[in-house]
Write a protein that binds this ligand. Structure first.
Ligand code: XIL
Length: 451
């Protein structure tokens, strides 16, 4: 049983003091008052998840992943190419780390993914295999991976992306080598390896009613009729700004009516960069519409974002010129999109005070005589084309070196002006700068003023 948000927060703060982790001071009221998404989700019977990168699960990223979400999906760590890079040599380190983190934070794990055409090890894709060999390889892979985490995974994306856009089967190692029965066999093997895990087929561009989702619908109907173990469908939902399909809820409902669970497994909503207030407002409306469609259907059990921060999203590298697709910006500030999810889950409209830009000062590391500081400048209902952050050190600290800003200090008074390239802070956006400092005795957090 996990603790209440309040006791989690005090535990977090206590931890920060004892281990000297991130300390922050904000010039405006903290947003800790916002009910975490996971708690809003629980009240609606929804599990709220995020994809994560194991190595990042510390500091602010780890705090947010643990506090805001009730489910984690390893973004890459459980893919075949990650877990068995050389045939017979396994690397479970990142997958183990994520599962352990989830358990420590009272979270579910969605296993992703067992059978896919992509991110397979080269020994597998470059090999020449008879159908019998391929069958053995796939069955062993599923046994090994599902067996390793037996009892610890709430749901597996057993088969990922089996369809083409027109609803025909995608030509893959599996389909070409084994025929369509690879899907039924994979599900059957996964069930045998962990009878308690929910088993899903997951795909993209199947959020609305269309040829591809019709094919998925027909497949899962027939699997159910044949008694093949299938518990749910995953709608990835890698969406484009302003293009939430009008039939999203209807589509979720028709899968639910088959007696299946539905999960929105990889939600992100990308825009052409740079972002601006209009696009961020549209993105909020889109996130809200997707969340509301899930809330409206009882069997929509899980809503997972594919990375919760723009600093941990696949979008910018995959779709050149597009990005800003997640609910938090790259400085871990909640975007309007965050409040779109929160409002659709029944959260109050607790958007940060509008018409203001604020600074959040934190000490990101500290040693005997020195420390590293970080200042995030974020705007809501306002924007800046240049900025200056000022504060007064309370205990004789000094700035020794700054980056992404030019800082001067006179006595205790510090004044940092934007660099030439980061003066613009859009409405709903943020920028940050860092510095090294010296301290002795104590290192209290100052209040920063933005002008
Ligand atoms: C993506 C990861 O996020 C990237 O880090 C990786 O480079 C490529 O794969 N559909 C899926 C996910 O099912 O596994 C993909 O994840 C995104 C699209």
């Amino acid at each position: 049983m996990r603790s209440s948000p309040r006791s989690r927060l005090s535990a977090l703060l206590a931890g920060a003091v004892t281990v000297g982790a991130l300390l922050t001071a904000t010039a405006t009221p903290a947003q800790a008052a916002d009910t975490p998404l996971r708690d809003l989700g629980t009240a609606k019977g929804k599990v709220i998840g995020t994809a994560v990168t194991g190595s990042k699960l510390t500091g602010t990223y780890g705090d947010l992943a643990g506090a805001q979400f009730s489910s984690l999906t390893p973004g890459n760590a459980m893919k075949w190419g990650s877990v068995e890079p050389t045939q017979g040599t396994f690397n479970w380190a990142e997958a183990d780390q994520i599962v352990n983190f989830a358990e420590a934070h009272g979270q579910q794990v969605r296993g992703h993914t067992l059978v896919w055409h992509s991110q397979n090890p080269s020994w597998l894709t470059n090999g020449t295999w008879t159908p019998a060999q391929l069958t053995t390889l796939l069955q062993n892979h599923i046994n090994t991976e599902v067996g390793r985490y037996k009892g610890r995974i709430a749901a597996w994306d057993v088969v990922n992306e089996p369809f083409n856009e027109d609803g025909t089967y995608r030509s893959t190692l599996w389909y070409n080598g084994l025929g369509v029965d690879y899907i039924a066999n994979a599900l059957t093997w996964a069930r045998a390896a962990d009878p308690n895990a929910k088993l899903y087929i997951n795909d993209y561009n199947v959020e609305g009613v269309n040829a591809k989702s019709n094919a998925l619908y027909n497949l899962v109907s027939s699997l159910k009729q044949r008694g093949v173990p299938i518990d749910g469908v995953g709608l990835q939902a890698h969406l484009i700004l302003g293009q939430v399909p009008a039939t999203f809820q209807q589509n979720i409902q028709r899968f639910a009516d088959l007696g299946l669970d539905v999960a929105i497994t990889e939600l992100d909503i990308r825009m052409n960069l740079p972002s601006d207030a209009t696009k961020l407002a549209q993105q909020k409306a889109d996130y809200k519409a997707v969340t509301a469609a899930c809330v409206a259907v009882a069997r929509c059990v899980n809503l997972t974002v594919w990375g919760f921060t723009d600093s941990d999203s696949w979008v910018e590298s995959t779709f050149p010129g597009q990005g800003a697709a997640t609910p938090y910006d790259a400085n871990y500030q909640p975007k309007p999109a965050y409040y779109g999810i929160s409002e659709a889950l029944g959260g109050g409209t607790t958007t940060p005070p509008t018409g203001a830009c604020k600074a959040t000062y934190s000490v990101t590391s500290q040693w005997n005589t020195g420390f590293t500081g970080n200042v995030v400048i974020s705007c809501s209902g306002a924007a800046l084309s240049s900025w200056r952050a000022t504060w007064t050190f309370g205990a004789g600290q000094t700035v020794t070196q700054a980056w992404n800003a030019t800082c001067t200090q006179s006595g205790a008074a510090v004044s940092c002006a934007n660099a030439t390239y980061n003066g613009t802070v859009p409405d709903g956006g943020s920028v940050s700068f860092g510095f090294n400092g010296a301290w002795s005795g104590s290192n209290p957090l100052p209040t920063v003023t933005v002008s």
